[in-house]
Structures are given as C-alpha cells and as structure tokens.
Design a protein around this ligand. Structure first.
Ligand SMILES: Cc1cc2nc3c(=O)[nH]c(=O)nc-3n(C[C@H](O)[C@H](O)[C@H](O)COP(=O)(O)OP(=O)(O)OC[C@H]3O[C@@H](n4cnc5c(N)ncnc54)[C@H](O)[C@@H]3O)c2cc1C
Length: 388
C-alpha cells in the first residue's frame, strides 16, 4: 500500500519495533509525572541513536540520517503510537538551521544536536502573540558587538531539558528596525529566568514554562542568519513541524483503533461482543476510514516535498495535513474512549491518555483555525486546483 519502497518499509519496520519497546513504559510514565527511571531513559536514548532513528531529518554529511521526507514521516508516525511523549526520543533537531548556520554555530549547536548531546527549545510565543507571531513585543537592541534581548516567552516546550533556546525578537533600531531576528541563547545565561511552570493537560517530562529574558547580552554571532530573517526561519520550522504533528497523529489514531478493536471483540455485553453492535461498528468504521484518508493525505504531501513541489504548495498542503490529521485523531480518541466505556476514563487506559494528549495537536504549531485561514488564503489567491 501507498507505494512504499523496500527502503521505506525497512525504515517503517525499524521505527515500529523500537516504539513497541516504549509502549510498556507508558503507565509508569503516566503515574510518575511523565518520567522514567534514569537507566531506562538512557537506554532508550542510546537505542534510538544506535538505530538511526534520531535526527533522521538532518543532513547525512553532518552525521544525520538524511532520510527522505516520506521516511521522516514514517518514523514520526511510529513515534506517535506511544503516549506520554515517549516517542519524542525520535528527535528532530532544527533542520532549517544547517543551511544558514555559521561554522561556529554548526560546531556548537548543530553537531551536538545531531549526536543527541544538546536539545533546543523555541521561545517565540508571548502572552499577546501566538497565532499572530508578528505581534511579538520582545526586542533585540544592538550594542557594539552584542545584542541585548528582552521579552517574556510563553509555552517554551522542553526548556527544562534544553541546552539552548531560539529566541525571536523584533529589532529595536537600525535599518531593519521592527523586523524579526532569531538568536541562539545558551541555557543557562544571565538574565534568563523561569517566571513559572504551569501544569498542562498531558503528563510528559517536557515542561512548557513562561520564561523571562531580561537584558540578556549575547554576542552578535549568536544571531541566526541576518537581521530581518527571523520570520523566514519560524515559517520554515512551522511547515516542517506541521507535517510531523500530522504524522504523529496518524500513529496515535492507528494505535487507538487497533487497541479499541481488540477490546470491542473481547468485551461481551448481553452475551455478544460489543464489536457486533451497529453503533460501535459505526464508530470503528468511521475511525478507520478517516485514518486512511489522513494517511493518504500526509504521505502524498511528503512525496510532493521529496519531489520538490513549490514552497507555497508545500506550505498549504502541510497545513491541510496538520488540520485534517489532528482533527481526525481527536475524533478517533473521543470515539475510542466511548467504546471502552468506563475503562476509557481511567488513566491506565490508552484511550484516556490519547484523549488528553491529542487535544494540543489542534492548537500548537498553529491552531486549526489558523490552518484553515492559510489554506483559504492560498486557494483564493492561486486557485484551489494548485493544491489538490
Ligand atoms: C503545550 C503547548 C506547547 C507549546 N510550545 C511552544 C513552544 O515550544 N514555543 C513557542 O513559541 N510556542 C509554543 N506554543 C504556543 C502555540 O504555538 C500557541 O499556543 C498557538 O500558536 C496558539 O496561539 P495562542 O495560544 O496565543 O492562541 P491565540 O492566538 O490567542 O488564539 C485564540 C483563539 O483565536 C483563534 N484565532 C486566532 N487567530 C485566528 C484567525 N486568524 N482566524 C480564526 N481564528 C483565529 C485561535 O484559533 C484560537 O481558537 C505551545 C502551546 C502549547 C499549548
């Protein structure tokens, strides 16, 4: 199916059997604030690296996997089959960075990220700027050979495990005043502090704190690219992450459908497996049909990227993939909770965990409403035929 090559199938099988070894740790993670024992954590990381499943998106010449987009999708799809973000160990470092990084940035950030020695976080969103990234009020002021960074960033995912942050700000002066720039800030750095670490719906080890950057001085060499480039990098990363979010949603939905179908065949009510009740069958059938539609959409989008379709088409189709796959996975999780009945409301149940965890897929990397706005704007400008 899906015209996968033998290489693609091998990548898929390798990722699948690795993720199968993570699934037994889900309940431990759920009952322990997302954490596994240090030993398990180290073991899992080492195996992901040894299996070539970390940094699949990074160039081969730098030590990354150099996988095709479709193969990256296949790996992340498998990662999405595990709850509690255990699949995040299949790390995707910033693939937009190598083409614009200085040799020093390659040495200090890109290579260690590929070796899984350093992790990054993104400090872009602010209290008054989420969907509308251009509304950020964080500033970068040039002072001789340095920039002085100020701003309060929200939802900084993985701050607690990161060695550096991408900080997006508007330039305070100079020929590019008011435009965006992106900086790499080592963690910890003087002037960077956690304001607070709110609790979120999911149970994972990655925190999303509110982080204040107060008169943080960084050498000018910590800027990525040039003044005014900041939004380009953010868009590139959003585009990439949108198709990866979509891929993980496929994996989540597949796992839910498999486990729920197995349960529905076993659970006897009034002398009959519930899988024989029309109402339950309808929920299962709708879920499988929508998974097939979403998977076809996501794989086709990835194949288009591999074939070099233009950027506008990539951007629009990645939005379609994220929109449809995340909404599909949310519907599937809701139905699966229903089919599990009371069990589906227990945290030890896979459907309960996915029901909570998949909710954010419709919010981060651009909400469903924002994806619809992107798709609609493009189809009005360029005609719907371009994208389907
Ligand atoms: C768990 C989590 C982790 C995150 N991690 C990071 C991170 O690591 N780094 C980072 O920088 N950010 C991160 N974010 C931020 C995330 O990207 C934003 O929350 C998201 O883009 C939405 O922005 P917002 O929360 O400000 O919502 P708002 O922009 O305030 O939106 C509120 C509502 O208005 C709707 N809306 C907004 N614009 C439109 C429009 N044009 N048309 C129709 N409706 C619209 C939205 O869809 C939503 O329903 C994270 C968020 C969460 C929840």
């Amino acid at each position: 199916m899906y015209n996968l090559t033998p290489d693609d199938l091998e990548v898929q099988a390798r990722a699948r059997s690795f993720v199968d070894t993570l699934i037994p740790f889900e309940e431990e993670a759920e009952s322990n604030n997302g954490e596994l024992s240090r030993e398990t954590e180290a073991n899992v990381r080492a195996r992901a690296l040894a299996l070539g499943l970390h940094a699949t998106n990074m160039p081969k010449e730098l030590g990354g996997g150099g996988y095709s987009m479709l193969q990256q999708v296949l790996v992340q799809e498998q990662g999405g089959r595990a709850t509690n973000a255990l699949g995040w160990v299949l790390g995707t470092p910033p693939s937009w960075l190598p083409p614009v990084a200085t040799p020093d940035q390659i040495e200090r950030y890109v290579l260690p990220a590929i070796r899984a020695e350093k992790e990054e976080c993104y400090a872009i969103t602010e209290e008054g700027a989420g969907s509308d990234v251009d509304a950020i009020v964080a500033t970068a002021r040039r002072d001789n050979d340095e920039y002085i960074l100020d701003g309060v960033k929200w939802h900084v995912t993985s701050y607690n495990s990161s060695s550096y942050a991408f900080f997006q700000a508007k330039l305070a002066s100079g020929p590019h005043a008011g435009e965006h720039a992106m900086f790499i800030v080592d963690l910890p750095t003087k002037g960077v502090r956690v304001v607070r670490t709110p609790a979120y719906t999911h149970t994972i080890t990655h925190n999303h704190p509110i982080v204040a950057f107060e008169s943080v001085r960084v050498p000018a060499s910590q800027m990525v690219g040039r003044e005014g480039d900041g939004m380009t990098f953010a868009y590139e990363w959003f585009r990439y992450e949108r198709i990866m979010v979509a891929s993980r949603c496929l994996g989540g939905a597949e796992r839910l459908i498999e486990d729920t179908t197995a349960f529905a065949k076993e659970r006897i009510v009034n002398g009959q497996p519930i899988a024989e009740f029309g109402a339950v069958q309808a929920m299962l059938a709708d879920s499988l049909t929508e998974l097939f539609a979403a998977r076809s959409l996501v794989y086709e989008t990835a194949k288009g990227i591999d074939a070099g379709v233009d950027l506008k088409t990539q951007h629009t189709q990645c939005s379609m993939a994220k929109l449809y796959a995340s909404e599909m996975a949310g519907r599937v999780a809701d139905r699966c909770v229903q089919i599990f009945g009371g069990r589906g409301y227990m945290r030890e149940n896979v459907a309960e965990r996915f029901f909570r965890e998949l909710r954010v897929e419709r919010i981060w990397e651009g909400t469903s409403e924002v994806q619809r706005a992107i798709i609609a704007n493009q189809m009005v400008k360029r005609g719907p035929g371009m994208f389907v």
